[in-house]
Design a protein around this ligand. Structure first.
Ligand SMILES: Cc1cc2nc3c(=O)[nH]c(=O)nc-3n(C[C@H](O)[C@H](O)[C@H](O)COP(=O)(O)OP(=O)(O)OC[C@H]3O[C@@H](n4cnc5c(N)ncnc54)[C@H](O)[C@@H]3O)c2cc1C
Length: 201
């Protein structure tokens, strides 16, 4: 059994089912995981014109289904117990599903600011990965929120495409490493701004 229907879980299901293992895949929301909420991917091999996240998720799901994987949708696993001869996963509604082996592919969640409009713009105007989405902002002005290593690293990458990158942080001190601070100070199109206005998540 595979827990999580993002790209990792779906790919895992493709391999196990194709090898002849009876495979069930449990997903708490929509198949596709984070890819499903991505407006457009242009770094997925085999799609020279790019592909919408939704389409890609749908294609992978159909490919997986072809090998007989059982999709258990809208089901969230809350706990797993080892019964010796098998593992038993309990859902949030109390049902039990047993399997000889389980793969946990539950992904990760990005920390949101929880400000109005944020979720609506996710994957369209708000992003979490400059390697994934930075090239869409060629010649444009971009704001990066955060003052740690991730924000600084993403900004260094973004500065290659964007005309201007403004890093906005709320702490008195920038938390990024000294090496990254030095690097940022040498990139002319990156500007640092401090504000107390960012809402806590
Ligand atoms: C806005 C955005 C844009 C992106 N753009 C790109 C891009 O252009 N190119 C690129 O390569 N990558 C991109 N990424 C990153 C990419 O989407 C992730 O790297 C990828 O989705 C990770 O796959 P995953 O299967 O490991 O996890 P996830 O996609 O997070 O999937 C995990 C799944 O597990 C499910 N789950 C979690 N807990 C449970 C539970 N207890 N029970 C049942 N199900 C559970 C979740 O609902 C989810 O569907 C983007 C991500 C975001 C958010």
């Amino acid at each position: 059994m595979i827990i999580g229907g993002g790209p990792a879980g779906l790919t895992c299901a493709l391999y196990t089912s194709r090898e002849g293992y009876d495979t069930a895949l449990v997903e708490k929301s929509a198949l596709g995981g984070q890819v499903g909420v991505t407006e457009r991917l242009d770094n997925y091999p085999g799609f020279p014109e790019g592909i919408s996240g939704n389409d890609l998720a749908d294609r992978i799901a159909r490919q997986v289904e072809k090998f007989g994987v059982e999709f258990i949708k809208a089901t969230e696993i809350a706990s797993i117990s080892d019964m010796g001869h098998c593992l038993v996963a309990k859902t949030t509604t109390g049902e039990e599903i047993d399997a000889k082996a389980m793969v946990i592919a539950t992904g990760s969640e990005y920390k949101m600011l929880e400000v109005p409009g944020e979720r609506k713009l996710l994957g369209y105007k708000i992003h979490f990965c400059s390697t994934c989405d930075g090239p869409f902002y060629k010649g444009k002005e971009v704001m990066v929120i955060g003052g740690g290593n991730s924000a600084f690293e993403e900004s260094v990458f973004l500065a290659r495409f964007a005309s201007k990158v403004t890093i906005v942080g709320r702490s008195d001190e920038w938390k990024a490493s000294a090496v990254l601070k030095q690097k940022i100070s040498e990139i002319p199109n990156i500007k640092l701004v401090k504000t107390k206005l960012l809402k806590n998540s």
